[in-house]
Design a protein around this ligand. Structure first.
Ligand code: CDP
Ligand code: CDP
Length: 223
């Protein structure tokens, strides 16, 4: 039995994973999994239910039963549109806190694997190539300097009309990178069989082209 091809895109915050992965998926006509959204939804569900973010059994129970829906680029928890609520700094920090819990990661595993459907899947996160889809045909590690990544988050906030403080952003980003890289469960790191794309000096179109060139090489039938 053959399974649908997977393109795994992993890397640190604001390396461009989400933007690049969704554009590559659109070009190929593939499905797109934003795995980080599941950790963000879990954190938001816990915050809203008053469950402590380090209460592993209760947070894992929330993750296992997450009433989440993805529809036309929007994300729902039950009937509630939480697309913006899961992107706040509180939800981002919360996501990386619940993500250290082995029971939470296990609870989200089957849900992530269920996204693997024909004609194929582009999945982004931290452990797409290492844990969730180790048999992925294409594995890319997307990265960029911490300064370039903080600058991108800064621009995103300014464009939304929100207040933004560059030193604070850089600090939060490095704290999250540190937690993601140092945890014992599925830490963020480049797999041996992943190809690195450093987007520090690339715009979005260049980053998409760099990933598409790898896809053409490894998965010529898809292109
Ligand atoms: O998913 P991830 O956190 O890795 O990053 P993203 O949300 O796709 O990208 C963060 C921001 O950086 C977005 O505003 C992108 O438009 C921007 N970006 C960029 O300016 N240049 C790139 N090469 C990649 C992303
Ligand atoms: O967009 P950004 O890269 O900032 O974050 P994200 O991909 O939405 O992930 C939010 C948090 O969820 C990360 O800081 C990780 O701690 C966690 N995460 C994870 O542990 N494993 C994944 N496959 C995806 C996200």
């Amino acid at each position: 039995e053959i399974s649908a091809p997977v393109i795994a895109l992993d890397g640190p915050s604001a390396s461009g994973k989400g933007t690049v992965a969704s554009m590559v998926a659109a070009q190929l006509g593939y499905h797109y999994l934003d795995s980080g959204a599941l950790y963000r939804l879990t954190a938001l569900a816990a915050l809203r239910a008053g469950v402590a973010l380090d209460d592993a059994p209760r947070v894992a129970a929330l993750a296992a039963a997450l009433p989440a829906r993805f529809e036309n680029g929007r994300v729902f928890l039950n009937e509630d549109d939480v697309t913006d609520a899961i992107r706040t700094e509180e939800a981002s920090a919360g996501a990386s806190r619940v993500a250290v819990l082995a029971d939470v990661r296990a609870a989200l595993l089957a849900r992530q694997r269920a996204w693997r459907r024909f004609p194929g899947l582009v999945a982004d996160g931290r452990d797409m190539g290492s844990v969730v889809f180790p048999s992925a045909t294409v594995k890319v590690f997307l990265t960029a300097s911490a300064e370039a990544r903080a600058e991108r988050r800064y621009k995103q906030l300014i464009e939304k009309g929100s207040a933004a403080n560059m030193p604070a952003l850089l600090h939060d980003l490095q704290a999250r990178d540190e937690r993601d890289a140092q945890r014992s469960e599925a830490p963020l790191r480049q797999c041996e069989d992943a190809l690195q794309v450093d987007t520090t000096l690339m715009d979005i179109a260049e980053a998409v082209n760099a990933v598409m060139a790898i896809v053409e090489e490894k998965l010529p039938d898809a292109v």
